[in-house]
Design a protein around this ligand. Structure first.
Ligand code: SAH
Length: 464
């Protein structure tokens, strides 16, 4: 299996610095499944091509499985597959990470690059190949192979020779190949578990969240495992921009807009008061973020059980660290649980609570997913009390630092007027047998209302 990467950036031999492989040398690397060789078929100032030749050992592939026909007829040694992704990540790890000791700036600069894959299996055919690479800006040139070159009448195979051209950083090109090759092949040679989500998010950073085929990519990358796909998609949707910025500055960004009111504090106080008034002692905080509410609840011994749920593992790590700093006695800790989960999928772990808090979360969900969220919460988890807060968009005109028409946070999918929020909440209450009332949070303006709106739902009848 052969991958070549060519640049016409000048001097083209700079490619050697970016790949950390000298153009004059041929280097070999032992991998668990065979050998990788790196060499340069051409290297001058105008044009430089690096080749990664992967020699997959078919016997190693089936070692321990007895002698099977598969080791003779398998396509694995000859086609681009997850073996190639692993080889890229091991042989070109520095370049994949966007680093270069000698040319750090060039590593971050888009340069003209062409990747050529000698044999790429495409499940779904050329259309899928184009759907994956063209939205990223690649010019895709393909040549499809017949099932048998000598007998073209046998029809066409799913194998293509593919050339991908784009002006792009080397690190982006390698990341795209790393993720999309196994997606096209729709297979992986190793067990796919939770850690695969982290790889997908890491190598998909900056491009996957906005990719029109992100759902298909995620599904195939995670070998169609539903639980993993949901979790990954929930995180991707949340992290549509830079995940570092989104997570760490969510509080900050909104806080800057809302600061003069210290709205966050008022919101949390209002929610805690509602929970207490409703005698809710076991609380699940859905979309807990970095644990602001959890912290208040944990410090208050009125609350017997405190559970935080978030799709973002990073958020939960930060929450855990922040709560650790409370230095609570051990028996207090037992009240706390943190769960990584998606709010739009039914989850047994959400059951058994007196109240759910959904604080500044619904506006992060795509409108078309709200229905699923409603069912997960009001139909399946079904706590007696539900507190939902969300921004009141009418109030935005009062924030001096917020440009007209802009939402309070760039991950918000929508912000509602009071009427829109109440229409939604009334419908939900009626559908799922709850009663709902509303409270403003923050300074109330006679015309535009308060900055935050809160709905308090109470189950009618037995509840759970
Ligand atoms: N309730 C917190 C955080 C609000 S930010 C507070 O008031 O400070 C919204 C949070 O919802 C983020 O942490 C985000 O990761 C989480 N989130 C968004 N969509 C989600 C989903 N589909 N499943 C689980 N969590 C989600």
């Amino acid at each position: 299996m052969l991958l070549t990467i060519t640049t016409t950036y000048q001097p083209a031999t700079e490619l050697g610095y970016l790949l950390h492989k000298h153009p004059d040398k041929c280097q070999s690397f032992a991998l668990s499944f065979g050998q990788a060789h790196v060499f340069y078929p051409e290297a001058d100032n105008q044009k430089c091509t690096a080749a990664l030749l992967l020699d997959v050992n078919p016997i190693k592939l089936v070692r321990g499985k007895g002698t099977t026909l598969q080791q003779y007829v398998s396509d694995r040694p000859y086609v681009a597959s997850s073996f190639l992704s692993v080889a890229i990540s091991q042989v070109f790890s520095t370049a994949l990470g966007g680093r270069s000791k000698d040319r750090p700036e060039l590593a971050q600069t888009p340069i003209p690059l062409t990747a050529k894959l000698s044999v790429l299996p495409c499940r779904g055919g050329e259309a899928v190949l184009r759907e994956l690479f063209e939205p990223l800006g690649y010019k895709v040139i393909t040549q499809r192979h017949h099932l048998d070159e000598e007998f073209p009448e046998w029809g066409e195979s799913r194998y293509f020779t593919v050339e991908l051209q784009h002006t792009v950083t080397l690190s982006d090109l390698l990341s795209h190949l790393y993720v999309l090759i196994p997606v096209l092949d729709d297979d992986k040679h190793y067990w796919v578990g939770d850690e695969e989500i982290e790889k997908l998010l890491r190598h998909g950073e900056g491009w996957l969240a906005n990719h029109p085929a992100k759902e298909q990519i995620t599904k195939r990358y995670l070998k169609r495992q539903q639980r993993l796909t949901r979790l990954a998609l929930a995180q991707l949707t949340e992290e549509e921009e830079d995940p570092d910025i989104t997570e760490e500055s969510h509080d900050k960004e909104e806080a800057i807009v809302e600061k003069p009111l210290s709205l966050n504090k008022q919101r949390l106080n209002a929610v805690v008061t509602v929970l207490k008034n409703n005698y809710a002692k076991r609380i699940i905080d859905l979309g807990c973020g970095q644990g602001n509410l959890l912290k208040m609840l944990l410090k208050d011994s009125f609350f017997e059980k405190v559970t935080g749920v978030d799709a973002s593992y990073r958020c939960l790590e930060i929450t855990q660290e922040r709560l650790d700093r409370l230095r609570l006695p051990r028996n207090q800790w037992e009240r706390l649980q943190l769960i990584q989960g998606a709010l739009t999928y039914q989850d047994k772990r959400f059951k058994g609570y007196d109240a759910a808090a959904v604080i500044e979360v619904i506006e992060h969900l795509d409108l078309y997913r709200l229905n699923s969220f409603e069912r997960v919460l009001f139909e399946f988890a079904k706590p007696q009390t539900v507190v939902v807060t969300t921004p009141n968009i009418e109030y935005n005109v009062k924030f001096e630092t917020l440009p007209a028409g802009k939402l309070r946070h760039r991950d918000h999918r929508f912000e509602w007027t009071r009427q829109e929020f109440q229409n939604w909440a009334n419908t939900v209450a009626e559908k799922f047998n709850y009663k709902v009332e509303y409270q403003p949070i923050g300074e109330e303006d006679t015309e535009v209302g308060s900055p935050t709106q809160m709905a308090i739902f109470r189950g009618v009848g037995s509840g759970e």
